[in-house]
Design a protein. Structure first.
Length: 347
């Protein structure tokens, strides 16, 4: 049985702490209630906005929609042998707690993704990734409701079109409501140590537990905790440049950190570009880029969505003028009808 609340305040449910209120809100603690919530939205001619951890979101001050806050809990082992285990997890489980719990139980692979904020159901949407690992590599099945075809649907990982901070769930934003995800994990440690500072800090006697603790330590050092400095993690994606554009850039800026991709493309560190453009630790009113990691935008006070937009558009303009590179925001932007909408690009 669902209980709908009206004029519900979401300020505490988005990690950028933008002041926001939605017309209708339901906390979903049992996925069997999902269809009832959908029926409610349709009966009241409301769009549906699915809220998870709120850690990758830009919310308007007021919007008219039914917010379905996915808070479902539960984990079950679907299959297991001497080498692998497949675990099905309800979408509302906290991602970091799930990662730690798996590591403690001897189910490995997700250690590099420790401390990423958010809930499990959001992990596939932008295919969360860090330190050389992406969630999509371990996902086996996704259970979702297709609002377009009005039916439950299961996706195998190969159908999800996982890419860098990308998937079909992001490409077709608003169409699917993910309510459970299964992961295939390994019982024998498989450590991803391709990031030099991770390998160095883990040391010679690397164990999954040590790797997990190292990742937690590195993230705590570099990234602001939302409780103290409201933020949404990396604010821009690292731009991926074609060969010609990259060679023009490196000719002028030989020290730009870059990572080779497929098809001669190169991924460039947006944090470095923003830092070089003088934005590290710089503020425009209540909004600024964090002093220890220029890629993280922080709400230092009572910023509104407009304040955030003004700041990031200024950064986009500065980066374009200096490097001829367009930076694309990573978080999802919601409009006043509760729909995910494209970012307006400043350049
Ligand atoms: N850099 C600077 N100045 C800065 C920030 C970074 O010069 O202020 C340089 C660093 O020295 C480094 C390079 O830029 O050479 C890259 O920085 P870092 O290794 O910190 O990683 P990132 O590219 O900033 C990406 C992800 C993070 C993820 C880390 C580690 C994106 C958009 N971000 O950040 O993901 O944790 O790599 O794998 O891909 C997130 O998506 O919210 C997120 C935190």
């Amino acid at each position: 049985m669902i209980s709908v609340q009206h004029n519900f305040d979401l300020t505490a449910f988005n990690t950028l702490a933008l002041k926001s209120q939605c017309s209708d809100y339901v906390a979903l603690t049992d996925h069997h209630d999902l269809e009832q919530a959908i029926d409610y939205a349709r009966a009241h001619q409301l769009n549906i906005f699915v809220l998870s951890g709120g850690s990758n979101l830009l919310l308007p001050e007021k919007f008219r929609a039914l917010t379905i806050h996915i808070l479902t809990q539960g984990k079950e082992i679907l299959s297991e042998n001497d080498d692998e285990v497949v675990i099905k997890v309800q979408a509302g489980e906290i991602w970091h707690d799930f990662v730690c719990d798996c590591c403690a139980k001897g189910y490995h692979g997700l250690e590099n993704l420790a401390l990423i904020p958010g809930r499990v159901g959001a992990a596939p949407i932008q295919n969360i990734g860090a330190y050389g690992v992406e969630a999509g590599e371990f996902i086996e099945t996704i259970w979702a409701y297709d609002l377009k075809q009005d039916q439950h649907i299961e996706f195998k990982a190969a159908q999800c079109d996982f890419g860098y901070r990308d998937s079909i769930f992001k490409q077709q934003a608003g169409r699917y409501i993910i309510y459970a995800v299964s992961f295939k994990l390994f019982k024998h440690a498989q450590l991803q140590l391709k990031y030099a500072d991770v390998a160095q800090q883990v040391g010679d006697e690397a164990t999954p537990e040590k790797l997990l603790q190292t990742i937690i330590h590195i993230r705590r050092q570099k990234l602001p905790q939302p409780e103290h400095f409201p933020n949404v993690g990396s604010f821009f994606k690292n731009p991926v440049l074609a060969a010609q554009q990259f060679s023009d850039l490196i000719e002028h800026y030989p020290r730009v950190p870059h990572y080779p991709q497929n098809n001669d493309m190169q991924k460039v560190a947006a944090g470095w570009l923003i830092d070089q453009a003088g934005w590290k630790g710089k503020r425009l009113g209540d909004v600024g880029m964090f002093e220890r990691q220029a890629l993280v935008l922080v709400n230092y006070g009572q910023a509104s969505l407009q304040d955030v937009q003004r700041t990031y558009e200024q950064i986009q303009t500065d980066i374009y003028q200096k490097f001829a590179i367009r930076l694309e925001p990573e978080p999802v932007l919601l409009n006043e009808s509760g729909e995910i909408s494209p970012h307006v690009s400043a350049c």
